[in-house]
Design a protein around this ligand. Sequence first.
Ligand SMILES: [Zn+2]
Length: 383
Amino acid sequence: MSNELFDFDEILEYSSTDELIISTYLLVDGARTTKKGYLSELNSMIAKTKDNIELASGFEKSRQKNIFNTLDKIKSYVGDSYKRENEKTLLIYAGTNSHLWKVYKLPIILKSKIIVDPKPNTQSLRSLLSNYKKYGVLLIDREKAQIYQVYLGKIREYLAAYISEVPPKVNFRFESGLREKKILGKIGEKLHQFYRTLNENIFDFFKDNKFDYLILAGRKKIINEFQNYLHSYLLAMVIGTFEEELSVREQAILDKANKIIGDFELDNLNNAIDKLIDDLEPRGFGVLGLKKIIDSLMANNIKTLIFMEDYIARGYTCPACGYITLKLQEKCPYCDNELIHLNDIIDEIVESALNQGSEVLPVKENEKLKKHGKIGAVLRYKF
Ligand SMILES: [Zn+2]
């Protein structure tokens, strides 16, 4: 399974040691940069990091050598082995003294940076992960059921329940409503108990924070039967169903689930854009256009940021505090540092919004948003 690609636990639960970890975020988005472009960005970040390490006093020679070697390893990985697909940001965690080496291909733009620290830099990663919904897929037949989680476009297999494990004798005296008796008459006690167990299992899976939405899969008749057993709370989270056999390969389940998830997310996205544009401030909570977005961002006032994926805009930023502006000013108004010019400030805006806990929604196609400045936001409160 290729799930290792999205196994974040080791990084998120990492405990610091004496070892330094190099965290490299590299923007590789095909709409913003070429291979030549991101390689040259990486090289200049590596050169700058080496300079800083040399300037910092207190590094033993051997330690410094390990850091430099690891930086070179990152450089040759990106230059020689890495093939860009459709990811927007490449994220590499590399140990300077151990075999720690994790590569993630992230579906959203983040600012390029290298951080050398006793622990992996995970702020942007954590913000990003909290921005993505998790989907549970429950695949059932009359003998067996399997739960999967689909997250960030990857599938992971979790719990399997078997009807053979259901206790043979069940006592219905205290819980048999009329509806239940009717169903029971049709499907038999063993299956009845299997569905009940399954409902409990999937509810536990939900309480474990394993999914935000649920998809049911199996034969139509079985899904319909089982829905009578599904907790009403979970029933409200079902976003779709599909027909599938339990013996099928994981990839086939992922493909069908992705279709449902894609439609669901696209609907939500288009609705969010309609609502934003119909509900503009000062009457409502919507704002459009880069200037207003930056003002709202600086006031920590963005609930949801929505932007066209190919939108690029020039601007200025303060390297010290993250202040962003469209116009060049003498000094940063917050910390007096010199501002730097950037050919694209959208990754700065996205990262800053994520770190403020905003929901961030990149948009591939939407005529309405395209006409209205390509970037918009729903505010937390009115100005
Ligand atoms: Zn500043």
